[in-house]
Ligand binder design. Structure first.
Ligand code: ATP
Ligand code: MG
Length: 563
């Protein structure tokens, strides 16, 4: 069985546990989950999986609740910028924590009281070993650890030292508070783990009030307990931490939620680690956390994804029997499906070639009916201006075409979408022999497609009218990482070396239908024969639009699924 099967079973397994607990009345038929990000970076698509799961499971159960809780216990890496972005992203994904946004730092007083309680019951002690020594004393998976020489301090001495730590009388690293469990425990996490460490650092919420900060394993279970969480869902790496989670709550004799683990999301051509994503931002490999190539929610949003497409993706990966690394094409497919049904189809020429239609009257303009989306007649039609000079894609003309080339060539006829049949009658070149312009004639009878003599053409190409077209910038994106599995790429490779040098292609002088000049930031279109594009929310200006390619038209996933 692949890991993904385990994962998909685990999702059902979470629902089964909850159903069984509801049945037995273990938590009085309550379902209360939480999404607990650390505000030390922007959320990514892996977090979306956790958000959909936690908020989703709560919503599926009558009266179910899900808290948003900032796990803000490390003042050195956390920032309000991240708090704000996380709230924005969760809301954008379509989830509502109502009045239940909490901060682990709100519980610092309570946590300290709990620590004192552990000391008083002989279950915690202040240890003066430094980081290195603690590591050495811990032993290995095959050898038991060694007890700290400070392990048997009296309760009074421990209380006095803990108070000194709290009051800021000791320097960073002078000592730590540890749980007194078992230095020979088979589970290394149980070998007297840290509870508090000294950090003379200002916190983004509590300011200078605290000089000691709780460790994740202590803060997390206590926060869950305080909030009355029933099912504390976390990723598989925390499986070994569960024993400690249970130990702390039992030792304190407080309300006890159930920790349940599920497999984290990994995706091809993508790194899902806030630390690595921060590095990409800091080293300038991307324009910021919201660069449309980033797997962050803000990047994906700017790229043109919708909340629905991400929720659908999370649903699919949860149920499909797939490898533990999800193919990024599955994500692309989720937005392609949606935009195929909802995005208006418009014409944009990315590499323009000028075409003069010699038998079309000079100065004449007509407006042609264009269907907005053949998949959805309710989206109606629009009027597209046509005139004597149009632009087509350079690629849609070949001077010396192979037989199967059904686009434009000398003497050949094609259909201009929504307009007329044209035939190429001449090619204009510059001194260097480069094609600068085509001469064509049109058939006035072919308006709207079709001719009185029933003549058919095989090719249909898109175009824009010269006097009407708006200039635009188009940004074409490809995978940020060339390697399908950048996390497993060769040892010692820097992040920079793993990047795909062609992850962004900027086209400065694309030409688009006139209505697109003023398109609102965030609006989405299908550029016929090119892909789905979204007006960039950061750099786009009225009259000078910038379009991000969300995804190309080609559906590599559907192709792969067939084979
Ligand atoms: P990262 O490794 O990117 O820093 P993290 O686990 O440290 O992630 P947190 O802010 O602690 O980030 O994560 C908040 C929640 O999101 C946790 O419950 C965590 O389990 C979950 N989560 C994080 N990454 C993933 C992922 N790739 N797939 C599923 N859930 C994830
Ligand atoms: Mg974490």
């Amino acid at each position: 069985m692949s890991e993904s099967n385990a994962d998909s079973e685990r999702l059902d397994f979470i629902r089964e546990i909850i159903a069984a607990d509801n049945e037995s009345g273990k938590y009085g038929k309550r379902v209360h989950t939480r999404f607990p990000p650390e505000p030390n970076g922007y959320l990514h698509i892996g977090h979306a999986k956790s958000i959909c799961l936690n908020f989703g499971v709560a919503a599926e159960n009558a009266g179910g609740k899900c808290n948003l809780r900032f796990d803000d216990t490390n003042p050195l890496t956390e920032d309000v910028e991240y708090v704000d972005s996380i709230q924005e992203d969760v809301r954008w994904l379509g989830f509502d924590w109502e009045d239940r946004c909490f901060y682990a730092s709100d519980y610092f007083d309570r946590m300290y009281e709990y620590a004192v309680q552990l000391v008083k019951s002989g279950k915690a002690y202040v240890c003066d070993l430094n980081e290195d020594e603690i590591r050495k004393y811990r032993g290995t998976v095959t050898e038991p650890g060694k007890e700290s020489p400070f392990r048997n301090r009296s309760v009074e001495e421990n209380l006095a030292l803990l108070e000194k730590m709290r009051a800021g009388e000791l320097a960073d690293g002078a000592c730590v508070l540890r749980a007194r469990i078992d230095m020979a425990a088979p589970n290394m996490k149980m070998r007297d783990p840290l509870i508090y460490r000294i950090r003379n650092a200002a916190h983004h919420r509590t300011g200078d009030r605290w000089k000691i900060y709780p460790m994740y394993d202590f803060a997390h279970c206590v926060s869950d307990s305080i909030e009355g969480i029933t099912h504390s869902i976390c990723t598989l790496e925390f499986e070994n931490n569960r024993e400690l989670y249970d130990w702390f709550l039992d030792a304190l004799g407080v309300y006890h939620p159930q920790q349940i683990e599920f497999a984290r999301l990994n995706m091809t051509h993508t790194l899902l680690s806030k630390r690595k994503l921060l590095q990409l931002v800091e080293e300038g490999h991307v324009s910021g956390w919201n660069d449309p190539r980033m797997p962050t929610i803000s990047g994906i949003r700017r790229r043109g994804y919708t909340p629905e497409s991400i929720r659908k993706f999370c649903e699919r990966i949860g149920l499909a029997k797939r490898n533990s690394t999800v193919d990024v094409t599955l994500l692309e497919n989720s937005i392609r499906d949606e935009l195929n049904a909802t995005a208006p189809r418009v014409m944009a020429v990315l590499a323009p070639l000028r075409v003069v239609i010699e038998n079309y009257p000079e100065g004449q303009v007509e407006f042609l009916d264009a269907v907005n989306n053949p998949e959805d007649p309710s989206m109606g039609t629009r009027q597209v201006p046509f005139s004597r000079v149009v632009y087509i894609e350079r690629d849609d003309f070949l001077e010396d075409p192979p037989k199967k080339f059904f686009r434009l060539a000398p003497g050949r006829e094609v259909r201009l979408k929504h307009a007329y049949y044209i035939t190429c009658t001449g090619v204009v070149k510059d001194d260097g022999g480069n094609i600068t312009e085509l001469r064509c004639k049109y058939d006035p009878e072919s308006r709207g497609g079709g001719t009185p003599d029933g003549r058919k053409v095989k090719g249909t190409i898109h175009w824009v009218s010269e006097p009407h077209a708006a200039r635009a910038e188009a940004r074409l994106y490809d995978h940020l990482f060339a390697d399908a599995n950048p996390a497993e790429a060769k040892e010692g490779a820097t992040l920079g070396e793993l990047l795909n040098p062609k992850s962004l292609e900027v086209i400065n002088s694309a030409l688009v239908e006139p209505t697109l000049a003023e398109a609102a930031p965030g609006s989405r279109f299908q550029f016929m024969r090119h892909g789905y594009f979204c007006v960039d929310s950061v750099d786009s200006r009225p009259g000078r639009p910038v379009f991000n390619r969300t995804v190309s038209l080609k559906d590599t996933w559907a192709k792969e699924a067939k084979t």
